[in-house]
Every structure is written in structure tokens, then in C-alpha cells.
Ligand binder design. Structure first.
Ligand SMILES: NC(=O)c1ccc[n+]([C@@H]2O[C@H](COP(=O)([O-])OP(=O)(O)OC[C@H]3O[C@@H](n4cnc5c(N)ncnc54)[C@H](O)[C@@H]3O)[C@@H](O)[C@H]2O)c1
Length: 295
């Protein structure tokens, strides 16, 4: 459980959408916020808005895919305060169209922003958060699509599964430390993500059916939940020490179907003579923690 008042938070993708909404909710509770985003103008404007409403905030330009950019951002952040809340949230949509026709650069970019960047975020701040001994919190943004995958971009869905995997594994690793962890699993939220993706994608603009899909997604997301509601829920989770952050319960029935489908596929062992995996031994060999708890 982390009291957010007076703490310093570092938020990637902080210029817009869920990042900015969470920063606003944190600032209203007295958290000092560092907004980090690839869009220099927008992040400066966002920080100015927080300051305008009485918050203590700075904006930093950061490309979450660049180690050099993280090193520079880390220095600026340390000069502002000791980061005790880290929200690794920046993300972009993937390509559309059949998987076998994906642009390689778009595929790599999707994983770099949505999944690989969590390593750089943790490398920059996590050791210090752990060593502080102070209640601290890491939040990582995955997506509802990492549990119930709708028929959208393979790159986006799979990079969000990777992100969920990173959070699940870190949950074990951080158990017993002063750093709590949450994984944010939002459903549709009315943010700029489709425009952001169009502006930043490293290949030429999508054409044909892919462009139509992207346009349709913009319309679908426009009717999504207001980001400030999700931001308020993230802050609640930080304060309460919740691991899972589900904001859209209408997906629960589908999540049950996915889980039932998987469990129903368990049958007899492929080797009836095998004694079965020594799962307790595996856990003990790795520090004895699973699902964040000592087992
Ligand atoms: N909007 C939704 O419906 C939805 C649903 C589930 C999960 N998410 C996730 O929420 C997170 C936030 O997205 P959002 O919906 O608020 O979109 P958004 O576009 O409003 O905000 C994302 C921010 O990330 C920044 N960004 C993109 N690439 C970056 C990079 N390389 N380095 C630094 N900053 C970068 C963008 O400039 C933008 O300000 C993403 O991880 C997204 O996948 C969104």
C-alpha cells in the first residue's frame, strides 16, 4: 500500500490519454509528477496544465525505445525528486491487415514501445525504489486484449500479452520488497491512441483495408470510457496495493470463456509413467514465491 501524497511519480506516455489522466489524478492528491513522452510540445503543455492547477510537475521528452533517451530522462528525473511511483504506460497500436503482410519495422516498433521499454523503465528507477525501503509502486499498462483477444492487430495483441507476462513475472520477483506492482488491463478508452499510432508509425501510412480498419477503430474508441475514470482507478489501486486493475467489467464473461476453453483442454499426461513436475521444487529453486506470495 502506497500513500501517494508527497511522492514523486514518473509516467511514460504522460502527455496524453491514460498517462495524463493518471498524472492528473495523482497531482490532485499531492503527488509530484514527471510526465515523459516522445511528443516534446504536448508533454510540456501537459505539465504546464498540471502546474496551472496547482500541481508540482515537469515534462520531459523521452523516447521509451531509446536507452540513451532513458539515461538523459533518468538524470532529469533524479534532479526533480526520488521516483517512488513508476507508471510504464506509453503504447502504440499495431499494424492492421493479414499478419503475413506486416511491415517488419512496424512489428519491431510495436514490441519496442509496448513491451521492451518496460525493461528500460525498470533499469532506470527500480533498483533505487527497492533500495529506498519506502513504500513504492510500479504500474505497467497491458490491455484487456491480453486476456480476451479480439480480431485486431496481431502485433498489438501479442505485445500486450508480453507486457502482461512481464508484470506476472515481476510480481513474483518483487514479492516481499517495498515495491508493489499493478498491471492495468483497460478496455476501450477514449484516447488519442489511433492518431498517435498514425503519427508515429515508422512505415508509410496504411492504405486500403488497413486504413479503413484504422479509421473504424478511431470511431470505436471515441465511444470508450473517459480516461479520467481509468486514471482515478489506477491511483486507487496504487493506494490499495491491488495487483490487477480491471476497469471494464463487461469483459469478465468473455474472460471466463477463454479460461474455461483453456482448462477444458487439460487431459491426461502425455507420459502416464511420469511422476509429474516438481512444481514446489521449481518454486523453491527460484526464491519460493509465486503470484506475489510466499508458497
Ligand atoms: N485507449 C485504449 O482503449 C486502451 C486500451 C487498453 C490499453 N491501452 C494502453 O494504454 C496506454 C496509453 O495509451 P492511450 O490510450 O492513453 O493513448 P494516447 O495515444 O492518448 O497516449 C499514449 C502516449 O504515449 C506516447 N508515446 C508513444 N510512443 C512513445 C515513445 N516511443 N516514447 C514515449 N512516449 C511515447 C504518445 O506520444 C502518447 O502521448 C498504451 O499502452 C495503450 O496500449 C489503451
Amino acid at each position: 500500500m502506497t500513500d501517494v501524497a508527497g511522492k514523486t511519480a514518473f509516467i511514460t506516455g504522460g502527455a496524453s490519454g491514460l498517462g495524463f489522466a493518471t498524472a492528473t489524478a495523482l497531482a490532485s492528491k499531492g503527488t509530484r509528477t514527471i510526465l515523459a513522452d516522445i511528443d516534446a510540445d504536448r508533454v510540456e503543455d501537459a505539465a504546464a496544465r498540471l502546474r496551472g492547477s496547482g500541481g508540482d510537475a515537469i515534462g520531459i521528452q523521452l523516447d521509451v525505445t531509446s536507452e540513451a533517451s532513458w539515461a538523459a530522462a533518468g538524470e532529469k528525473a533524479h534532479a526533480f525528486g526520488d521516483v517512488r511511483i513508476l507508471f510504464s504506460n506509453a503504447g502504440v497500436g499495431g499494424g492492421s491487415g493479414p499478419f503475413e503482410q506486416y511491415d517488419t519495422d512496424v512489428w519491431r516498433w510495436n514490441y519496442a514501445v509496448n513491451a521492451h521499454a518496460h525493461l528500460y523503465a525498470c533499469r532506470t528507477f527500480l533498483a533505487d525504489m527497492k533500495a529506498s525501503g519506502e513504500p513504492s509502486h510500479l504500474v505497467i499498462t497491458s490491455s484487456m486484449v491480453a486476456i480476451v483477444p479480439p480480431p485486431i492487430s496481431v502485433a498489438y495483441i501479442s505485445s500486450k500479452y508480453a507486457t502482461l507476462g512481464i508484470a506476472m513475472a515481476l510480481r513474483n520477483e518483487l514479492a516481499g520488497s517495498c515495491v508493489d506492482i499493478s498491471v492495468l488491463m483497460p478496455g476501450m478508452t477514449a484516447t488519442r491512441i489511433v492518431e498517435t499510432t498514425r503519427d508515429l508509425r515508422p512505415a508509410q501510412v496504411e492504405a486500403g483495408q488497413a486504413a479503413t480498419t484504422s479509421q473504424a477503430m478511431q470511431g470505436v474508441l471515441a465511444g470508450g470510457m473517459a480516461p479520467d475514470k481509468v486514471g482515478a482507478r489506477v491511483v486507487q489501486a496504487i493506494e490499495a496495493g491491488d495487483y490487477w486493475i480491471f476497469t471494464h467489467p463487461e469483459w469478465k464473461a468473455m474472460a471466463e470463456l477463454v479460461t474455461q476453453d483453456m482448462l477444458a483442454a487439460f487431459g491426461p499426461s502425455a507420459d502416464p509413467a511420469y511422476r509429474g513436475d516438481d512444481i514446489d521444487g521449481l518454486i523453491a529453486a527460484n526464491g519460493g514465491r509465486m503470484f506475489g506470495a510466499k508458497v
